[in-house]
Structure formats: C-alpha cells, structure tokens
Design a protein around this ligand. Structure first.
Ligand code: MG
Length: 393
C-alpha cells in the first residue's frame, strides 16, 4: 500500500531544501509539496513554486512578498504568499500538511517548529539549533501531541534506524561517526592557527552551507549532534561517543549491552535520510545509489584528537549541564564562526571564545523559550565583548 505525504519545506533554497526537492521530483507519487519557504533566494522560490504549485509559500519580508505576487500575475495557479516569522508559523501549521521539513539555518525555525508540534504535525528535522537550544521543550511537546520527529541529519537518521524497536535499557552507547573534517590529519595547534576561511570551507565528503562546513572543521557540528542525539533518543550524554570515520559510509552506530554493534551504511547523499523521513515507515527504491563495498575496499576509524579539537569536550559539558548552556554554546559558536568567516579571528579562537563564554555565563535550568532566547543573545554579546577587549583595546 502506498501513500502520499503532503510536505511543507521550511528552507527550500538551502542545501537540505535542494535535496528535498530532488526527492520530491523522483518520488512525485509519494511526496506532494504543499508549502515552502525561502529566505535568501527569491528567484529560486518563484521557480520552485511554479514547478510544484503549492497552495502557500513564504518569503523573507513584505517587499519580496509583493515582488512575488507581481511575478505570479497572469499565472494559472497563484499561491497564498506570506512572509516573515508569522508566515513561517502559518506554513508550519498548514491544515493540508502532514509533515513539516524544518531546514532553516539558525534560530528562525524554533517557533514554527513548536507550532507544528502543537498542531500535531510530524516533523522531518534538519535544523540542529532546534534540539540543541530547546530539546527539552521540543520533546515534551512532541510527546504531548503524539507527533513523530524523524531526523534528517544523516547521523541521527542512522541512529533512529538502528534503535527502532530496541529496549532503551539494552543500549550501552550511541557512537556517532565523524568524517574528521578537512583538518583531521593536521599536526599541531600552530598549523591550526594558520587555517583560513577558504581552507576551512573545503569539506572532504559533504557539500553544505558555510556555517555547518566551518562547524565540521572545528568538530562543533559533531558536538551539536551529540546534544541532539541526547534529546532525540533520551540517552544520557555520558553514553554518547564520537568516532572518526573518514569515508562517511557508516553514518552512526548503536552498541548494545551484549557487545553487539549495529551500524547503518549508505552513500553520503543527503537525499537518503530525506527520502527515509518521507516514506517512513516504508522503504522504497528512490534516487539513492547502492553501496558497492568491494569498490570501497576499507573503512577506517580513529579516536578524535580532543586536545587539538576541544569542541566535543565542550559539547559534552554543555549537554551535561543542560538548561540554557547548550544554547549558550550554540550562540557563542555561531557568533565566533561569523567573526572567523569575516577574517577577524583565527580558527582556534572559535573554540577559545566558546569555552570562555561558557565559563563566564551560568546556565538556567528548565528554561522557557524566552529565557533560551535571552541566553542566546547574551552569549553573542559576550563573544563580541571578548573580541573587542582582545583586538580593539
Ligand atoms: Mg550530520
């Protein structure tokens, strides 16, 4: 028996959004796009809206909404055009949608995600910030509404598959795999100080946006993923480990108390976890290619180098503290990455500023959404303060 998912894509012009569009084109009878939003690329939003004819689209602001309305004049089917956060919240609760794919970078996806859960929508979750910042609240609302959260990040999608039907008390560890980023084999901290933005933007296996590519180079991406896994699967931070696996073929593993290790393997294509979330709980043949293990030959594993790359340690500390500390880490990292990409600070400064911000700010337990957003802003201000006192004094 086959069914069609009616999907809203929040963040249709980003890299996850583009992979979702690929899946929608390949699986037209399975995936109907009923709404989409784009912030940066209005031309692309217009093209996609003409191709898929969703009943509602959301753009950045009132001006671009007007431009889009003009562009649709004399077009056969004109969608409802909404804008801004209010527009995202309308899209996230669209009556005709049953799955909301959240692929917005940054904190803009937080409120729409909570609205979607309250409206009993299932989520395909790609935005990391949401679980890192507000994991407690998101999981509580999902439990109340009975919504499914299907992870689209390859690692969590792998864990989700390995954990299906397993008794939580039999789990010894979650092992998240990490490509190691472009500086996996770099030798010293002096080498890391010479890293430029263009060096850090060259990721060995995944093609992604610039923020997440820098996070993959510092390993903060993996740190955020540890905290996401902690909330998503209700597993203590102490039981979540990371192993470096440069080939990115195993996307993560679950170790059970009897010594058995389950892994999920596939090519590193973002279309795979998206398709899985769309067709779940069914599996069908889609645009993803099959693995040819003999041609891959060997898979390698290494211990992360914690002294050179302190991001995993900081993420573990933030996850164990809980409260607003994960939001503080996340915001400090975002601000520091911005400064690094602008050429203002060195690469190791990113870790340094995050650690210093975590040391100087204290965590608030069981925060409200407002308290989370306040901690986020405070952390960003602290990074700027650290930068100003170091470079401008
Ligand atoms: Mg990932």
């Amino acid at each position: 028996m086959s069914f069609q998912r009616r999907v809203v894509i929040l963040g249709a012009s980003g890299s996850i959004g583009q992979s979702a569009i690929e899946v929608a084109r390949a699986l037209r009878e399975r995936m109907k796009i009923v709404g989409m939003s784009a912030y940066h690329n209005q031309t692309r939003l217009l093209e996609l809206a003409k191709e898929f004819a969703p009943p509602m689209i959301c753009t950045r602001d009132a001006i671009s909404a007007n431009d889009l309305r003009k562009a649709f004049e004399s077009h056969a089917s004109i969608p409802t055009i909404v804008h801004g956060e209010e527009g995202l919240r309308r899209l996230a609760t669209l009556p005709e949608a049953d799955l909301i794919l959240v692929a917005i970078v940054g904190t803009a996806g937080l409120k729409p995600t909570l609205d979607a859960l309250d409206a009993k929508k299932n989520l395909a979750l790609a935005s990391k910030e949401i679980l890192v910042m507000a994991g407690e609240e998101v999981m509580r609302r999902a439990a109340t509404s009975g919504s499914l959260i299907l992870p689209v990040d390859s690692e969590h999608n792998a864990l989700f598959q390995c954990l299906e039907g397993r008794d939580r008390s039999t789990i010894r560890r979650l092992i998240i795999t990490c490509s190691g980023g472009p500086f996996r084999t770099i030798a010293t901290s002096a080498d890391l100080r010479k890293v430029t933005p263009s060096m850090a933007l060259r990721h060995p296996t995944w093609k992604m946006g610039s923020k997440i590519t820098i996070d993959s180079a510092t390993l903060f991406n993996k740190g955020l993923e540890m905290m996401e896994a902690h909330h998503l699967f209700n597993i203590p931070m102490e039981k979540i480990d990371v192993v470096i696996h440069p080939e990115s073929i195993i996307h993560s593993m679950v170790e059970f108390v009897d010594g058995s290790l389950l892994a999920q393997l596939s090519h590193h294509e973002m279309t795979f976890p998206i398709q899985y979330a769309i067709t779940y709980p069914e599996r069908i043949h889609g645009p993803c290619s099959f693995l040819d293990l003999p041609s891959i030959g060997a898979l390698h594993f290494e211990e992360p180098r914690h002294e050179l790359f302190p991001a995993l340690r900081l993420a573990r500390e933030a996850g164990i503290s809980g409260g607003t500390m994960p939001a503080i880490l996340n915001a400090a990292n975002e601000k520091a990455v911005e400064l690094f990409l602008a050429g203002n600070i060195t690469f190791p400064h990113i870790w340094h500023y995050v650690e210093e911000t975590m040391n100087r700010l204290s965590s608030l337990p069981h925060p409200t959404l407002e308290e989370i957003m306040a901690a986020d802003e405070e952390a960003r201000r602290m990074v700027l303060h650290l930068y100003n006192s170091e470079f401008l004094s």
